[in-house]
Ligand binder design. Structure first.
Ligand code: G3H
Ligand code: 13P
Ligand code: ZN
Length: 303
């Protein structure tokens, strides 16, 4: 069933686990995530980036998520890194149940002003809003690269008080994409503890993909050229959940699983060009990856 971001995160906040937020771009990815959530009896957030909306179209993504919401588990439909105000408004109008407004690239006052406006529009419809303060590193479709600027706890307190956001994305050392660290991947757990103490709302970890070696090896074996990718180790994710993260974003691991499974199928069955045969192993592998992460986040059995 489709529920609000606020509702799904409030329970996680109260009970001390994290809900997985997974990026969808097409039907198969959405099905894999929802099948994993059903298998693990886990609440789940399906999120669409502006790039996904541009690629698939808002109506298609809405229809896919609506079909998914026939399942009995709680599902939120969330805009990921909304920066364009027209897209934010379109998602609110179309029935998204959560909105991230990402003003992290703006000066503090402008971020406050824009986020507050989005909160006012969204709250009128009962939709929760995630804000971002500090900058998470790495690459997204619209951003080539940026340095991590760790979230300042005092600024965060003021940001939350003045904007009324329901959840906050914090920068504690992660980056988007497959190249997060050089050397041991560690998060600033001390900073997370301080933020948790000072903020009484759910905290969100972006750039949280684990970049599992098994997926990298599989993709590379069938021709992917990935260099030396590095993700957030599972033990760091577990510590982050223990110390107050309630929403964890994953996209890169889904992309890696999709890529590895398709490459393998095509290499092993060069005579088969049926898209259903090509995409089925990708859907199955993504489901396995998502189920593993749900258990890691402690959201299994919480639906
Ligand atoms: O935060 C970034 C997500 O991985 C979405 O990436 O903008 O390329 O769809 P995208
Ligand atoms: P990853 O690139 O680590 O999967 O992060 C995705 C994300 O934060 C989407 O908002
Ligand atoms: Zn993100």
């Amino acid at each position: 069933m489709l529920v609000t971001l606020k509702k799904i995160l409030q329970k996680a906040h109260k009970e001390g686990y994290a809900v997985g937020a997974f990026n969808i771009n097409n039907m198969e990815i959405c099905q894999a995530i929802v099948r994993a959530a059903v298998a693990q009896k886990a609440p789940v957030i399906l999120q669409t980036s502006e790039g996904a909306i541009k690629y698939a179209g808002i109506e298609y993504l809405k229809a896919i998520a609506e079909a998914a919401s026939n399942e009995k588990i709680p599902i939120a439909l969330h805009l990921d890194h909304g920066r364009d105000i027209e897209t934010v408004k379109a998602c609110i109008k179309a029935g998204w149940t959560g909105i991230m407004y990402d003003g992290s690239h703006l000066p503090f006052e402008e971020n406050v002003k824009n986020t507050k406006k989005v909160v006012q529009w969204a709250h009128k419809k009962g939709i929760g809003v995630e804000g971002e303060l500090g900058t998470i590193g790495g690459a997204e479709e619209s951003i080539v690269s940026r340095k991590i600027i760790y979230t300042n706890p005092e600024a965060a307190r003021e940001f939350v008080r003045r904007t009324g956001v329901d959840a906050l994305a914090v920068a504690i050392g992660t980056s988007h994409g497959a190249y997060k660290f050089e050397g041991a991947g560690r998060l600033d757990i001390h900073l997370l503890k301080t933020l948790k103490e000072q903020l009484k709302i759910p905290l969100v970890l972006h750039g949280a993909s684990g970049v599992p070696a098994s997926l990298v090896t599989m993709a590379a074996r069938y021709g992917a050229q990935l260099g030396k990718p590095e993700g957030v180790p599972d033990d760091q994710i577990a510590i982050a959940v223990k110390n107050g993260i309630n929403k964890i974003n994953t996209d890169t691991d889904i992309r890696l699983a999709f890529d590895a499974a398709i490459r393998k199928f095509i290499a092993e069955k060069p005579e088969d060009f049926d898209p259903r045969h090509i995409l089925s192993p990708a859907r199955e592998l993504i489901q396995q990856v998502v189920e593993h992460r749900m258990k890691l986040f402690g959201s299994d059995g919480k639906a």
